[in-house]
Design a protein around this ligand. Structure first.
Ligand code: ADP
Ligand code: MG
Length: 578
């Protein structure tokens, strides 16, 4: 199906679905199941955003669902608000709490974040149960009205189900569309590799907060509609168990796609009905079925199905523009100045009182034995670590201690010693995420796509554009990582052992690539173990040992320096003497 026809096809599905709901004689019991499934599915779509796209654990979705439900229940009964106003209010309040919870991801991740969300869930249950004067306590809220739309009363069950389905369709469409948007790709980059996302300019904290708020908003929206569906709610409907159910739904259907959320929700609501004939064994079989699906389809049902039909997208046709890199300036200007830089880990001085300068347009190598502080220096320059002491200046501007995404936007690009790609995305998507710097011209989608392709072409990988990076050989992954950094048009490119793990041909290609980059006037700071390569491409070399600089100069000066020979090339010198 062509992408232009997709929205039309979905609109048809919606119209047919609504017609069926309004025309078919659906009994009250099935009606309740359908209303429960459609309102739950909206909340589960929130889980797709926060867990599926962004990789952040949230075991409090029932709490957001509850906030939305109480928004409608209390908004309409206690405050006398119109239904849709109360619905919007509940969803916005839920989103606010999502924002606050997302804020805790600044310091927390993984298990700790899971604990925080569980605590939030428990607190909400306590508040709903005990703040009787407002929430009506364990008795819950009854007689919740259903909406009117002008002269149209939407209070019969078929009408109300139609309302829920329209909301579900819009939510599912928005969540599906989000995935391939700029924000959606940023979310997936945070999920796949947060460190790498930061150094290509993604404000990872902001992305996580947006994901939590979006997820909570959808949770609140689903909950608000749920309250109208059943006209009665009580605190026990929004407890920890229910959060686990919502989590199971998204995992079961497939976390990575909107349709997975809908499939998982429908299945977990319908499965108990289908299994009812099993009488007292039903719970055991239900549990077993869920476990079996999870074990044999770890990507969820939709992940499994879509994997069967996955086709590589065609490579965009048309002529490729050459990659534009920086402004070639022929001056001996100092681009990067490092003064008294230090990073201590407890008693270990990984980097200590380090001084060096990188001249614009040159290739500067940073060498030294294993553990001498090279990678730590790069981590300081790219903002992953904050220095214990010292100053870093880029083109005269003090950039000490700035966050990775801020430094990326200021023009510092990097690659990692252990390749850090966004492993579930294609080569093209990996490079696209980093393409273009905010504030530069050419930020529209088309220019960014062009730039990403040009960067892939520059490293000779454009023919692999649509291959998932995880299935590329190691040497190609290194090149994709370089292309990703180049796509952001860096002023200074930091490369951490780019030749590690490459074979001889690949190393020769890398030398040619580095020379082409230098030819374009790009400034490189290169960490490398391969001395042949360093000699072939470097204009200047700084040598580290135990975090301190022991030599600095041209390759000729440095490689003959007695201290360097002793500390670093000792083994080589001995080999030659033997
Ligand atoms: P190189 O890249 O030159 O091989 P590194 O910069 O990776 O060396 O490491 C320098 C020293 O700092 C090593 O002794 C290493 O164990 C230590 N180190 C690096 N990162 C950390 C960290 N996050 N916590 C504690 N020690 C670290
Ligand atoms: Mg290292």
């Amino acid at each position: 199906m062509s992408s232009a026809r997709t929205p039309f096809a979905w609109a048809m599905v919606l119209v047919i679905g609504l017609a069926l709901v309004l025309v078919l004689p659906i009994n009250g019991y099935l009606m309740n199941l359908l209303m429960q499934a459609s309102t739950y599915a909206i909340a589960v779509l929130g889980m797709t955003v926060v867990l599926g796209y962004t990789g952040q654990i949230n075991i409090a979705q029932a709490a957001f669902f509850g906030i939305g439900a109480y928004g409608v229940a209390l908004g309409t009964t206690s405050l006398g608000l119109p239904f849709f106003v109360a619905l919007a209010l509940g969803a916005v309040v839920a989103a606010f709490f999502g924002l606050v919870l997302g804020g805790s991801t600044l310091k927390l991740g993984g298990h700790y974040l899971a604990m925080v969300t569980i605590s939030f869930q428990e607190i909400l249950t306590l508040v709903l149960t005990n703040w009787i004067s407002v929430s009506h306590g364990p008795d819950g809220v009854a007689n919740i009205p259903r909406p009117r739309l002008g002269a149209l009363a939407l209070d019969t069950s078929p009408h109300y189900l139609a309302v829920c389905l329209v909301f579900l369709f819009v939510a599912a469409g928005a969540v599906a569309g989000l995935k391939s948007s700029r924000l959606g790709l940023a979310m997936q980059s945070v999920r796949d590799n947060e460190l790498a996302a930061g150094v290509i300019g993604i404000d990872t904290y902001r992305v996580k907060i947006i994901a939590f708020a979006t997820s909570a908003f959808l949770g609140g929206l689903g909950g608000g509609l749920f309250a109208g569906a059943f006209r009665y709610i009580s605190p026990d409907q929004f407890a920890f168990d229910d959060s686990v159910v919502l989590l199971t739904m998204v995992l079961l259907g497939g976390v990575d796609a909107a349709i997975g959320a809908v499939i998982g929700t429908a299945l977990l609501i319908l499965l108990p009905e289908w299994l009812r004939f099993l009488k007292q064994f039903y719970l055991a079989v239900y549990g077993l079925a869920v476990i079996l699906i999870m074990v044999f389809m770890p990507q969820g049902i939709w992940g499994f199905l879509s994997g069967l039909f996955r086709r590589a997208l065609p490579i965009p046709a048309g002529p490729l523009a050459p990659l534009v890199l920086g402004e070639a300036v022929e001056s001996a200007e100092v681009l990067l100045a490092v003064e008294g830089l230090a990073k201590h880990f407890g008693g270990l001085r990984a980097v200590d009182e380090l001084d060096f300068e990188v001249v614009r347009g040159r290739v500067h190598a940073l060498i030294g034995p294993n553990g001498s502080g090279k990678t730590t220096t790069l981590n300081l320059l790219s903002g992953i670590y904050k220095p214990t002491a010292g100053r870093i200046r880029l083109a005269g501007r003090d950039i000490t201690g700035l966050a990775p995404h801020v430094l990326a936007r200021a023009g510092i690009g990097r690659t990692f010693q252990n390749i850090r790609l966004f492993h579930s995305l294609s080569a093209f998507e990996n490079v696209l995420i980093g393409a273009g710097r905010p504030g530069e011209s050419g930020q529209d989608g088309e220019s960014r796509r062009q730039r990403a392709l040009s960067a892939l072409d520059f490293v000779g990988m454009v023919a692999r554009a649509h291959v998932p990076v995880a299935s590329l050989p190691y040497g190609h992954q290194r090149l994709i990582e370089i292309a990703r950094a180049l796509a952001a048009n860096p002023t200074l490119l930091l490369l951490d052992e780019p030749a590690a793990g490459l074979n001889l041909t690949e190393k020769q290609n890398l030398v040619a690539l580095l020379r082409r980059l230098r030819g374009h006037g790009l400034t490189l700071l290169l960490i490398e173990h391969d001395m042949d390569l360093v000699e072939q491409v470097s204009d200047r070399i700084t040598v580290l040992n135990f975090g301190r600089r022991i030599a600095d100069g041209t390759p000729l000066e440095v490689l003959r320096h007695p201290e360097v020979v002793a500390a670093y090339l000792g083994e080589v010198a001995e080999d030659e003497a033997a």
